[in-house]
Design a protein around this ligand. Structure first.
Ligand code: XMP
Length: 509
């Protein structure tokens, strides 16, 4: 296990990703963790992250200096390196020149961290402070034009520092540097597999839940599906899933889910058809935020009244992921509890006095997919593109009526069928159709038409924070447009959205 101390860098999750890619478990902790607590965690090595503070400022974040006496290898990155230098007797000063962006790293010592690298390599810098003198025992292992001490090492004590960021893509050999640290210096083995994770998680869930009952809100997305299957493995019939059909789903969605969860996986699932309740409340509403609020409120009501029917339930299981948790951990004092607002059932546990079970809270999205595969979730479910909680309500721009929903469903179904047939589905982060609140003139046969316009949206992304419009081939788009206009009654124009995020967003509303 590798422990990462979070000094607040925007790249912390990336450090964790890189370590996990090595199939080595890692955990991010705030600097307030004591060296005794660290000793109990028994990490093979420690990474001190970067961060926005200056070490010589008052109240800059610091970790218990006792970590240097634990006898474990430590790698300090950027601010983490400066903290190491300051604590062990070197000096850090405000640099005359801020260094930001690419730099050419000259490697002085091709051992340890830099094993297998050429004498020169590109690295990515982002710092306003520099190290001006090293603590006793250290030597310079790398320099750049502007930063004479860009890398340092004390191999006797197994302490290392990098002024640049090995975790970002802009440092092409960064992965190798981190691998050298994790495997050669810390001696970790590649033992973090999803199979071993699943075994441990099942054991933990059994231990926590005992003989009690658990409720889980199933959305049909990857996270809640994997969580459901894991819970089912652990406590079988003690688990009841609740699926709320809000009438805003894609075509066939509810039926597919029923088939998968009830018939194929034999998971206790209650399907609640609340479509009319949602549609009634949304009647005449066009404002996207109002749509979201109405949907969130009704969802809570329906979910709660269904959950109350399950007598003596003590736990609520959720598919919360690691990024949701890390985002809420601040460098200056630990968790601040900013869980993403679209965690729909957020208010329920307190209201119903349920205890939370979050078996995926240490995993990243791609790990959840690997876990799903390892525990036998069907491939269709594992590779599902994300789908927003408010569903088609935010893709029918303007007022939501059964007729407009039906048009969008038919277009969407056809688009997905073609996307899957052409092999694009897994390559795209999301692909969907949007119904616009406009009509346009067309001509079909000898007839003038005045019908709906749909927009097609396909994006690539890693995490939905940024996204690029997918360069789907013209021939493909032409074919899909033709089919839509010919086969979906009520549509006479198709446009393709070529905006990226930012400044646009993925959804139109
Ligand atoms: P945007 O449109 O903000 O979307 O670029 C980013 C990601 O979040 C999804 N999304 C939502 N998910 N409730 C959800 O559960 C929502 O209200 C919501 N709005 C957007 C969107 O599909 C994309 O994956």
């Amino acid at each position: 296990m590798i422990l990462i101390i979070d000094f607040g860098s925007q790249f912390n999750q990336l450090i964790a990703r890189r370590v996990r890619e090595c199939r080595v478990y890692c955990q991010i902790e705030p600097p307030s963790i004591t060296s005794d607590a660290i000793r109990r965690l028994q990490p093979e090595g420690i990474i001190l992250s970067g961060g926005p503070a200056s070490i010589y400022e008052k109240n800059s974040p610091r970790v218990d200096p006792g970590i240097f006496d634990l006898g474990r290898p430590i790698l300090g990155i950027c601010y983490g390196m400066q903290f190491m230098v300051d604590t062990l007797g070197g000096t850090v000063k405000h640099a005359r020149k801020r260094e930001y962006g690419f730099a050419n790293l000259q490697i002085k010592d091709p051992q340890g961290l830099f094993q297998g690298l050429n004498a020169q390599t590109t690295c990515w810098m982002s710092h306003g402070d520099s190290i001006t003198s090293l603590p006793p025992g250290f030597q310079v292992t790398g320099t750049t034009d502007n930063t004479p001490i860009a890398a340092m090492a004390d191999p006797r004590r197994n302490l290392y520092g990098l002024q640049f960021h090995p975790e970002v893509e802009h440092t092409p050999k960064g992965r190798l540097i981190l691998r050298n640290f994790v495997f050669d210096i810390c001696g970790c083995r590649r033992s973090w597999t999803m199979r071993s994770f699943a075994e441990q998680a099942v054991e933990d869930i059994r231990h926590t839940v005992g003989e009690k009952k658990v409720i889980l809100g199933l959305s049909g997305g990857v996270d809640s599906s994997v969580a459901a299957l894991l819970l089912h493995r652990a406590v079988g019939p003690q688990l009841t899933c609740i699926f709320v059909d809000n009438g805003l789903l894609r075509k066939g969605e509810a039926a597919t889910l029923r088939q998968t969860f009830k018939q194929n996986l034999h998971i206790n699932t209650r399907f609640v058809n609340a479509a009319s309740q949602f549609l009634r409340a949304l009647k005449g509403v066009s404002d996207p935020e109002r749509k979201r609020k109405i949907i969130g409120k009704i969802f809570m009501d329906v979910f709660e009244s269904e959950a109350r029917k399950i007598k003596n339930a003590e736990f609520l299981a959720q598919g919360t992921l690691y990024p949701d948790i890390i985002e809420s951990v601040s460098a200056f004092g630990g968790p601040t509890a900013v869980i993403k607002s679209h965690h729909n059932v957020g208010g329920l546990p307190r209201k119903m006095r349920l205890k939370l079970v979050e078996p995926l809270k240490l995993l990243f999205k791609d790990e959840v997919r690997r876990l799903g595969k390892a525990i036998g979730l069907p491939a269709d479910m594992v590779w599902r593109q994300p789908f927003p909680g408010p569903g088609l309500a935010i893709r029918v721009i303007g007022e939501i009526t059964p007729q407009r929903l039906e048009i969008l469903r038919n277009v969407d179904e056809l688009l997905l069928e073609e996307i899957k047939r052409a092999g694009y589905y897994r390559k795209l982060w999301q692909s969907f159709a949007v119904l616009l609140p406009l009509k346009s003139v067309g001509v079909m046969g000898d007839q003038r038409t005045y019908e709906h316009i749909v927009a097609l949206r396909a994006v690539t992304s890693k995490d939905a924070m940024t996204a690029d419009w997918a360069r789907l081939p013209h021939r493909f788009l032409g074919h899909v447009s033709n089919r839509i206009i010919n086969e979906v009654k009520g549509v006479n124009r198709v446009v393709y959205d070529i905006s990226s995020k930012p400044p646009s967003t993925i959804e139109w509303e």
